[in-house]
Design a protein around this ligand. Structure first.
Ligand code: 3H9
Length: 696
């Protein structure tokens, strides 16, 4: 099918209008074929004496989702989008956009280049380029300020968030809202404009610019630059909007274009674009097609009203799904519900939740004692104590109680989902749903596929994850799945660094400088050093520094002392001479001559073993794609998005360099697990990349 087609519109409201329709599923991205089709049809319509006005419309749910992101970084294919938009703007006949759905990025810019815009109630308009490390590159930074004023336009582009149809109308971005026949309304509007002497052009406007607007823009720009130090897209956005105020339209447009093109080549934008596609790919399971339908989930149950269980129940309530919160004892339920209520009340106080919404959510959470209350649930999520015996008991009881076809999910972080499934007569209905703490906030959801998990159970879990506002990523069964398994490598490497001569604040500084919000030791202090210590006691594992701290009752923030000191309940730790002396004494006891480490070496020692583990995870099929691992780490562990995630970052560092370093680490420590995984070594030797040969 042609990506752009043209039809003559006849009839009372539409005679003399050429309707140019874009049809490039799924979201009408402005691929080269669409740009070429638009230019061609536009010229035809312009040359046709029977045509008085033109309407640009789109098939499907979206108007246009923007430039085709997959074309960025490839050789440019003419015509460029600015060229097409210039042709629209300069067309002698009025061109009106019929905005049937989302008009994002280049899609909104196309609408702004038109002479009029009519929007359907479900329309949404936005310039989200900033989220991809870019700025609008087809006139958005020039035309939006002319409609809104520089300050409001800057705020909208800085957030990247869209406005809905009504807001677009009230702001003057859209000229009219069509409740019924959008195309009819757009044609009528186009003919009205045809009766006027000249089609109105946004570029000719300057009525929103004023000294007050300029001052407000400069203040907002200064604040944004301070917050986003080192983010080139924010700097480019400021420069482009300032150009709109200072320069003639075409010169300012050239400033925007040059800035946009530089950003497209910036590795940070490449990383963010990688993540855009990574997050979408994560929802696809190789071998499971669209023919597999999800089971209906209308009622849920959560077992365990602790912090995790409560947070999961909140996720269901937020999505409007009634949920029964189940405990063994009424007191535990009361405490759990009180925690949920306090959490909501804090949100209401902050203004991020209305009282009405809080009441609605609370009314969806029903409390019950005993597993029988799970009988009518379509999905049961177990969030009880992390202990195999406890889980075994719950799942064999659930097998008796739950209705046929109900999905039985465990929120385990480490335990064997296959062993849990084996406690039931219906292992095909069992799946892992690993939420991250706090469950109502964190976006990542590891969907753990057991050996027997049925395809429709997996599809339902992915669907449900999205309904809960999560990013679900399918992972296989192994100790710690993708995220915690790799985290263990970082934790082990951190311990080694401390014993070899680094201090906690040096390691944390290197990691925060890299872009994490928190370093590994500040993180351990926040989570509680005792948690890992108890787990290691049970499994026989060792972490000499953390164990020594825990043995002294230094559990982290909650005891005021851990890797750092927290005077008077402070949340930010300060260096603790006692901890540092303890670390040094542990090095001495092992006969280690301490030395200093550069930030670069710290990062290599922490992250290369994680990359190696990621390669093993791929070899074992625990993750289907390297990009899934990136999606896990960015969304669940705060890996800085502008580096694209650990596997993408590894490729930017260079796999041969990582392999050589891992060989050296293995030789130095005698730790065979640090030896490069065969996949990693192979890719390094052959110049390959992780993405090659991945399932779709
Ligand atoms: C830009 O416009 C630059 C200009 O200023 C200057 C140019 C000179 N390109 O999200 P979904 C695919 S920058 C290519 O799952 P939803 C997506 O990968 C762009 N592909 O659906 C997925 O493919 P698959 C500014 C795109 O309903 C499929 O469409 N625009 C694009 O949940 C469905 O996507 C943006 O940043 C694209 N632009 O959400 C908007 N968009 O099925 C980015 C989507 O193979 N897009 N795809 O996995 C979105 O925000 C959401 O996709 C949207 C639909 C809200 C549109």
């Amino acid at each position: 099918m042609e990506p752009v087609r043209m039809e003559a519109r006849t009839g009372a409201s539409g005679g003399g209008v050429a309707v140019v329709t874009i049809a490039n599923p799924p979201v009408n991205a402005l691929a080269a074929s669409v740009r070429a089709g638009l230019l061609r049809t536009l010229r035809e319509a312009e040359d046709d004496p029977a045509v008085r006005a033109i309407v640009i419309a789109a098939d499907g749910k979206a108007f246009i989702a923007g430039a085709d992101i997959s074309e960025f970084g490839k050789p440019p294919a003419p015509p460029s989008l600015p060229e097409v938009l210039q042709a629209i703007e300069q067309c002698a006949k009025p061109v009106v956009a019929a905005l049937n759905g989302v008009a994002l990025g280049g899609g909104m810019e196309l609408a702004l280049a038109c002479h009029g815009r009519v929007v359907a109630p479900q329309g949404q308009l936005g310039l989200p380029e900033i989220k991809l490390g870019l700025i609008p590159g087809a006139g958005g930074t020039q035309r939006l300020p002319r409609i809104l004023g520089a300050a409001p336009a800057f705020a909208m582009m800085l957030s990247g968030d869209p406005v809905d149809a009504r807001k677009a109308l009230s702001l003057g971005i859209a000229d009219a809202l069509a409740e019924g026949d959008l195309l009819g309304a757009a044609c009528a509007h186009a003919l009205r404009l045809a009766d006027a002497e000249h089609p109105p052009r946004v570029r000719d406007r300057a009525d929103r610019f004023s000294p007050e607007d300029r001052a407000a823009f400069e203040a907002a720009a200064a604040a944004a630059l301070k917050r986003a130090s080192g983010q080139p897209n924010v700097e480019a956005l400021v420069a482009s909007v300032r150009a709109a105020l200072d320069l003639p339209f075409d010169e300012a447009l050239a400033v925007e274009r040059a800035r946009f093109q530089a950003l497209v080549e910036d590795p940070r934008s490449k990383a963010l674009r990688h993540l855009f596609f990574a997050e979408r790919a994560a929802g696809r399971v190789p071998g499971i097609g669209r023919e597999v339908k999800a089971r209906p989930i209308e009622q849920a149950a959560v077992i365990g009203a602790g912090t995790m269980g409560g947070g999961i129940a909140m996720c269901f309530a937020q999505a409007g799904i009634p949920v029964t919160l189940i405990e063994v004892k009424a007191e535990a339920l009361d405490a759990g519900l009180a925690r949920i209520r306090a959490n909501y009340e804090a949100s209401v106080k902050r203004g991020s939740l209305s009282q009405e919404e809080m009441d609605k959510r609370l009314s969806l959470i029903i409390c019950a004692v005993g597993l029988d209350a799970a009988a009518s649930a379509d999905m049961v999520v177990e969030a009880a104590f992390e202990d195999m015996a406890v889980k075994a008991e719950i799942f064999s009881a659930l097998d008796r109680v739950a209705k046929p076809g109900a999905i039985l999910a465990t929120n385990t972080s480490y335990l064997d989902v296959n062993a849990i499934a084996a406690m039931t007569q219906r292992p095909q209905d069992v799946v892992g749903l690993h939420f991250f703490s706090p469950a109502n906030v964190m976006r990542l959801l590891e969907v753990v596929r057991g050996a027997a998990t049925a395809p429709d159970v997996l599809v339902t879990s992915l669907d449900l994850g999205r309904r809960l506002g999560k990013l679900p990523v399918v992972v296989g069964v192994c100790y710690g799945f993708v995220g915690n398994r790799m985290l263990a490598k970082r934790t082990q490497a951190g311990e080694r660094l401390l014993l070899a001569g680094a201090l906690p604040h040096e390691v944390d500084a290197a990691v925060t400088q890299f872009g994490f919000r928190m370093g590994p030791f500040a993180m351990l202090d926040l989570a509680g050093i005792d948690i890992g210590w108890r787990a290691r006691k049970a499994t026989g594992g060792r972490a000499p520094v953390a164990d020594a701290l825990a043995e002294q009752g230094r559990f982290g923030q909650k005891t005021g002392r851990g890797f750092y000191l927290y005077p008077e309940g402070a949340r930010a730790g300060v260096r603790d001479p006692e901890t540092e002396a303890l670390i040094t004494s542990l090095s001495d006891a092992q006969g280690i001559v301490r030395r200093s480490f550069s930030a670069e070496e710290i990062l290599a020692r922490l992250f290369y073993p994680m990359v190696n583990e990621g390669a093993k995870i791929l070899e074992e099929g625990i993750a289907a794609r390297a990009s899934d691992i990136d999606a896990v780490w960015v969304n669940g562990y705060n890996w800085p998005s502008f580096t694209g995630g650990p596997m993408f970052w590894a490729e930017s560092v260079g796999l041969p360099k990582i392999v050589a370093a891992l060989d050296a680490f293995a030789a130095e420590t005698g730790d065979e697990t640090l030896k490069p995984a065969p996949l990693l070594r192979h890719l390094a030797e052959t110049g390959g990349v992780f993405a090659a040969g991945e399932g779709a």
